[in-house]
Each structure stands twice: as C-alpha cells, then as structure tokens.
Design a protein around this ligand. Structure first.
Ligand code: RIB
Ligand code: CA
Length: 312
C-alpha cells in the first residue's frame, strides 16, 4: 500500500489531539512531521501538547516542530475558555520526554515539500494558517509542489464561533488564510457546517471509554472536558469534534459531501474579520477555489475513529 505523505499543522487543543491520534493509528498515512502553531493556546503549550499526544500514541519517533508564535499581522487570540489553561485540560498527562526538533516548523515544511516529488505531500492544517502562509511567503516555489491542503476552518451556514461572522482558526490569522485560499492549491475545507454535525454524543464518548485503553480513556476525558462549552453554547447533544474530520477525509472521503465553490476571506472589516465568504449558491462569477464540505456520515465517522483509536 502506498502511504499518503502528510504534514499535520496543529494547535492542540483536545480535538487536534484526537486528530493526531487518528493519523498515527492509520497505516494509510505517513506523518512526515507535526508542526505546532499558536492558536488554542500559546506556542510553548501547543508544541508541548503535540509531543504529549505523540507519546500517548507510543510514537516518540514522530518529529514535532515549533512554528509561528503569533499571526502574520494581528495579535494572537487564544481559546483557553474552550480548551482550558493547558490546551489539553481534562485528564492528568505526564510531561513529554521526547525532544522538540530544533528546526523551525516553517523551515521543515519548506525543506520537506522541496525534497519530495511534485504532488507528494498533503498539508493538514488544524489551527490558524500562520505556519502554512509563512512557508508560502518565504518559499513560493513550494506552492505548486503541494498535492492538496485539507484544513479545518471556516463556516458558512453555521456562521462564526469566535465572532458572529468568523470561525476561530481563520479569525486568528485572516491574512494567512487569505494567502492560503489564494494560493491556487486544491483545498478541502472542513468548516463548522460539517463539524457541527460530528457531535460527541454520550454513546460515542462511552465507546471510546469502553475501549479499555489509555488512548481511549484520554479521548473520552478530553471530550468530557471540552464539550461542556459547546453543549452549553449550542444546547446540543455533544460537542463538534472538529479536527479529526480532516484526517477522516483522507482515510474515507466517501463519508463527506460538499461543493467546489469560491471561498474568499474577509481581511478588511473588523465587523466580519476572518469570515469565509463561501459562494455556496454560485451567485458570483468568482472562480471556484475550494471543496467546501457541508455534510458527513457522522455514524460512519465515529465508527472509523473508534476502530482506529482502538488500534493504539
Ligand atoms: O473552530 C474550531 C477550531 O479552532 C478547531 O481546530 C479547534 O481546535 C480550534 O483550533
Ligand atoms: Ca485546532
């Protein structure tokens, strides 16, 4: 089996952590590296959390890099109110032992894409797009080499979760998102429209806990913690499990449906800053630049996720 080469760019965050576990449990994927970015919590915590998750998966061999500690132009906005002070609040976790790579994450992304053949590497951003955009600014030659970008971010019918108009990952660094969405690379957008249909209902969380494994217990306890915020906010039966949708798409794209449409990023108005303006109804002549995912087979998604976490 030829394994799909990916770089996971992430701001763990409990949902990022579950996405990383899913990727490391899936032999179809070759995780070339995990690059941390400031987002849910500041960079020293996101890089630490990424190492904790790799060790939980018993994969201290995975290379973890620290990237950008602030957005391109704006001050960092974090989300401790959702993810807790550490970014992985919920279960008690040991300090990581595996080292952080000395190389900057952006240099790793550039070097890796340059070293691989064209269309060999898929970028999987799960947080603000600062590392990705910085890599494209520093090394425009890699843009045509990237196979695809499958990212968690944005929203249209579900509107915003950090402002009335914007989803968190895009809101934190709208300039970076604008660079990525205008790059010309094939992009798959896992926005709130689809992730809000991937809810951690009690039976789904208990299925993780009932695996009887440390990773299964961690996923259940992370979910117990971070779902409190969204369940209260949306009155929903569980919290949206955002970031694992990106990895699940790589493994079973048939679980998802969407439209190839134009998506542009608001970078001027403070009122709608970071909004993903998705031409879902094709009312403009703007060229399509993204596969905007709108629906998911949620039972199939959680069955895949549970089966794979059970392998760790
Ligand atoms: O809006 C949800 C996104 O913001 C997720 O990626 C979550 O981890 C946070 O980064
Ligand atoms: Ca994230």
């Amino acid at each position: 089996m030829s394994r799909r080469k990916i770089i996971i760019d992430t701001d763990p965050g409990q949902d990022d952590a579950v996405a990383i576990l899913l990727a490391l449990a899936s032999p179809e994927l070759d995780v070339l590296g995990v690059t941390a970015v400031a987002g849910n919590v500041p960079l020293p915590l996101t890089e630490r959390n990424a190492r904790i998750v790799c060790e939980l998966a018993e994969r201290p061999d995975v290379k973890v890099f620290a990237g950008c500690d602030a957005p391109l132009e704006r001050a960092l906005v974090t989300a401790e109110h959702v993810h807790g002070k550490t970014g992985l609040d919920g279960p008690q976790l040991p300090d990581p032992v595996m080292p952080l790579e000395a190389q900057h994450a952006v240099d790793f992304i550039i070097e890796t894409v340059r070293a691989e053949p064209n269309d060999a590497v898929t970028l999987c951003p799960l947080g603000p797009l600062t590392n990705i955009a910085t890599a494209f600014q520093r090394a425009p030659d890699i843009i045509e080499k990237v196979a695809e970008i499958v990212l968690m971010g944005g929203a249209y019918f579900q509107v915003g979760n950090i402002t009335p108009a914007a989803e968190f990952n895009i809101y934190v660094d709208p300039k970076a998102a604008d660079i990525v969405f205008k790059s010309g690379i094939d992009i798959v957008v896992m926005g709130l429209d689809v992730t809000h249909k991937a809810l951690t209902t009690r039976p789904r969380v208990e299925a993780f806990r009932n695996l009887g494994t440390e990773p299964g217990r961690m996923v259940a306890e992370w979910t117990d913690f971070f779902e409190r915020f969204d369940k209260e906010k949306y009155g929903s039966a569980g919290a949206p499990l955002h970031d694992p949708c990106v990895i699940a798409y790589l493994l079973k794209p048939e679980l998802f449906t969407g439209r190839h449409i134009n998506v542009e990023i608001e970078t001027q108005s403070e009122l709608t800053m970071g909004m993903t303006v998705a031409d879902w109804w094709g009312v403009t002549d703007r060229a399509p630049n993204a596969m905007f995912i709108g629906d998911i087979d949620a039972d199939g998604f959680f069955a895949l996720l549970t089966e794979r976490i059970a392998r760790l």
